[in-house]
Design a protein around this ligand. Sequence first.
Ligand code: DGL
Length: 281
Amino acid sequence: VVVTGSGVSGDPRPLGVFDSGVGGLTVVRAIVDLLPGEPILYVGDNGRFPYGPRPVEQIRGFALEIAEHLVTRGVKMLVVACNSIEVAAISDLAAAHGVPVVGVIEPGARAAVRATRNGRVGLIGTEATVRSGAYDRAISALAPDVDVLSRACPAFVEHVERGDTSSDELLRRAREYLGPLREGGVDTLILGCTHYPMLSGLIQLVMGEDVVLVSSAEETAKDVYAALVSANLLRRDPAEPRHEFLTTGDRESFRRISHHFLGPELRGVGTAAVGVVEVAT
Ligand code: DGL
């Protein structure tokens, strides 16, 4: 069957969204807000979480394996809802699969450059993301005069995966991680890990209300919309889409956390299958 976007009901295929765990759900949330008609097929690699401390080669292997699974399932686009995957594998993903690929780094860099008033931008992310220098490159290509101060915050993702967004221990960690960025005078902070928008209340509290937080999730959703329009891939069916969430880890804990983060108003999740993808560990 050849599916094209030109029919009256548009292209019914799902968007393939993936992350090392539940962080990519922040991107799902933002996509659903902008594009409520689009079905989503999500894979969280919770069985091999976290990716951040792993070598780039290994992250790349995992990413290609999951992308392969999504493409075999017939997705019309890959949304790399994970900065650590993007820094390790974006060009391989784009080359390998013949569907449009949307990432999170360029949209976040663009929004930060727009937002900064004093030319000092902070970046927080995993070790893999910070080490790669990908945001520094993306920002200096857009605005060579903007300074970037980066900090890896590895413990954040562990808290989020447990559903903890507000404990005292987490607040202590945030003060320790973010102190140098605050003192460095950044006026804009990129949440360069898709788990972090779930901590935006806590991060804003520590950074102070004058600092603009840039969520890669919302910026990426705008790019997904633009890419769907330009490739004529939008679904135009008025019937509600059906989403599907897959994890390589424990199904029940994934279901609990995704309900918590996606919210009950996201219709479809309650009845959507939470399946399991088999991968080697
Ligand atoms: N959510 C992922 C990111 O955006 C990383 C989490 C992890 O370390 O696995 O970088």
